[in-house]
Unconditional design. Structure first.
Length: 216
């Protein structure tokens, strides 16, 4: 159950960052941003809380999450291709939000989280949306086209989901008397750090390139 809770946390962070990047196509002041972030946070909490009552009804999901990861990967890739080809973010935006909400229900139904953990997860949603959107204000001024930057993030997102697809069965069938679920997920968290590091490098590179271009 801790393992599924870990997967849920990772999904919340990655999906919220993706949604915030799409929100970068809108000019939002801080008040609107706080309201939107709060709405997503509250919705996430309500879905996680309500899904906790579906545990027994959806037990079959526990052995089928690899297929869910595969579906998430496919949705991200299709959204990415559509976004890059058309530069129309609205359809991918709605697809990512819908996938995000459904993923919350499916994973939260098997995670067996405490109320405190649910509150912390919903707080993560608020913080990630708010912080990542603030970063998009810098990215919008970069010389590189904004859809390309968003596409790079979505590519990394899809790769990570595909890795989850390939490794879920081996992870879920490990002997938990020898390993804690946190230790099993440690390589995954390290991969998350790598993804975040790559994104940070991309942002710094874009800003440096923009500065050099302005000085020449």
């Amino acid at each position: 159950m801790d393992l599924i809770g870990g997967y849920l946390l990772i999904l919340l962070v990655l999906f919220c960052a993706n949604i915030a990047l799409f929100f970068g196509n809108y000019k939002l002041n801080n008040v609107k941003l706080i309201i939107i972030s709060a709405i997503f946070s509250v919705i996430s909490f309500l879905l996680i809380y309500a899904s906790s009552y579906l545990n027994t009804q959806l037990e079959f999901l526990l052995s089928n999450f690899s297929y869910i990861f595969l579906i998430i990967t496919a949705i991200i890739l299709v959204s990415l291709i559509y976004y890059i080809k058309t530069y129309d973010f609205k359809l991918p935006f709605y697809a990512i939000i819908l996938t995000f909400l459904i993923s919350i229900v499916l994973f939260a139904s098997q995670a067996n989280l405490s109320i405190l953990t649910m509150l912390l997860y919903s707080l993560f949603v608020f913080v990630i949306l708010f912080v990542v959107y603030q970063l998009t204000r810098l990215l919008r001024h970069a010389k590189r086209e904004y859809p390309v930057i968003v596409g790079e993030y979505m590519s990394l997102f899809a790769v990570l989901m595909f890795i989850f697809t390939l490794t879920y069965y081996s992870t879920i069938t490990l002997d938990y008397t020898m390993f804690s679920s946190f230790l099993i997920l440690t390589p995954t968290y390290q991969l998350i750090y790598v993804v975040i590091g790559i994104i940070a490098v991309l942002i710094v590179g874009v800003l440096i390139n923009d500065t050099k271009g302005g000085n020449s």
